[in-house]
Design a protein. Sequence first.
Length: 236
Amino acid sequence: MDSYEIINFIATSTKKTPAKVFLSGSLKGLDFGKMEFFGCDSFGILFCEATEFESFYSANKDKITKFKIENDRRNSAVPLLDYKNVNARIEPGAVIRDMVEIGNNAVIMMGAVVNIGAVIGERTMIDMNTVIGGRAIIGKDCHIGAGTVIAGVIEPPSAEPVIIGDNVVMGANAVVLEGVKVGNGSVIAAGCVVIFDIPENSVVAGVPGRIIKQVDDRTKAKTLLVESLRNLNEPN
């Protein structure tokens, strides 16, 4: 997706404030309409839009003795990704927005955030608390270290996305600025801030990042990925 497609999607989407409502009272026979109610005649949980509950409560407040509302977003323009067709390992606490592409056997760890339009390649691991910005493209067989920030480029719409090639290893808390391209097989050291394009098989370190050498056998041994972490157990 390009920036204009994403901007149009966000601008024209129906903004939603989902609510989970715990309520008690004389609930028997109440008309919940299209809202989802789970419970009994005296207590239950209602899943709905916040505005739907406001109307429902106004019409039935004489029968509702107590309620509590929980919201985890407000006027949200982009839903979260539906995982049911994703053939990857996604751990609790990851936040992945709609229109994200996740390759087979990828791994998304706790606390990672992947924004709209991003692409995660096959067998790539996005480690804890990493931020993958909008439209960023991450190749296959990569490890993106914990706390890394890959800049997003939804706005301004003319900006080029970050492109990370295949077999790239990035250390913890690295930062890649918008429009940067990192070549296949490169290694980005922990805490590095990458502000320019990186050729293939380069080792980059420092703030700002600079190429300190080419990837050699010693580097490969230190950055070897473990295939078993990316395997998905087939159900019996």
